[in-house]
Design a protein around this ligand. Sequence first.
Ligand code: NAP
Length: 301
Amino acid sequence: MQHQPPARDLPASWPPERTAWLNTGAPMPLLGLGTFRLRDREAVRLSLHAALENGYRLVDTAAVYGNEAAIGSALRELLPRCGLSREDIFLTSKLSPRDHGEAPTEAACLRSLQELGCDYLDLYLIHWPGTQGHPQGDKGNKERRQLSWRALERLHESGKLRAIGVSNYTIQHLRELLASCRVPPAVLQVEFHPQLAQSELLDFCRQKGIHLQAYSSLGTGQLVGRPEVVNVAERQGRTPAQVLLRWALRQGVSVIPKSASPARVAENSQLWNWDLTHADMEELSTLDCGKRYCWDPSSVA
Ligand SMILES: NC(=O)c1ccc[n+]([C@@H]2O[C@H](COP(=O)([O-])OP(=O)(O)OC[C@H]3O[C@@H](n4cnc5c(N)ncnc54)[C@H](OP(=O)(O)O)[C@@H]3O)[C@@H](O)[C@H]2O)c1
């Protein structure tokens, strides 16, 4: 579903070519900062500062990362220093798999808002289709995540969550959700890189107007040394990380690379005004083998 951007909705510091449009009609930056395993307050502050200075306008966190309070406090300090306000930042958090169900979801979301020190989130995702403490094949997983979604729909309608979505859902999980929801998911966040190109899932999301956001684009750092990626990077005069991130953007998929190093945060932001060629994409497509660096949700009932 394509939405024509009403100009007034796009913050001045978000260039249109670096912005996706969600099925809610809201803009979302195509580049964000990932923060998994970034817990130390000073490390969060340094990474976030480098990100804001290098044009990142999206921050991805989750209750399970244990860093929402550190991110909230760093944003309160850094936004005014960078001449930015809350409205310039797209903030995403996620429901912990231990908090599925209607009342626990509502409480968890309000807790995240409090930790981050915000009145609203731009996006809130169900982190995982299963419930922690229950077997993956447990049939109750389906009902619990439906109850969670009902709570998210209400929080969306109240304005506390400007968009709602899911993470680590398969096509089957999405079909179930689409068949029972009042508000369709705006975003699906999944592991996505040349070794896990997920073309069927990407096609499905495109058909249904769900924006795909990639996580672990760098294969948690392990893909940057692959000879095929290094070859393309040398041909393009770019770094392997930039090639991996551009590979997703070229398909309309947004990216949220994580780095604790300010230099790498800067490197990972140089993604604009150049592109991969068809031959580069062909070479990278030879890597597609279904490899996951994170978790596989396909056995969650
Ligand atoms: N929804 C989910 O279930 C889920 C799962 C995983 C991740 N995520 C989100 O997606 C974000 C990104 O995924 P990720 O953290 O798993 O992995 P990633 O972004 O693919 O890779 C991060 C790793 O790569 C290294 N790195 C970063 N930039 C680099 C560069 N330019 N050159 C070489 N190495 C580089 C980092 O090390 P340094 O920090 O030392 O630079 C870090 O170890 C997460 O932080 C999180 O926000 C979501």
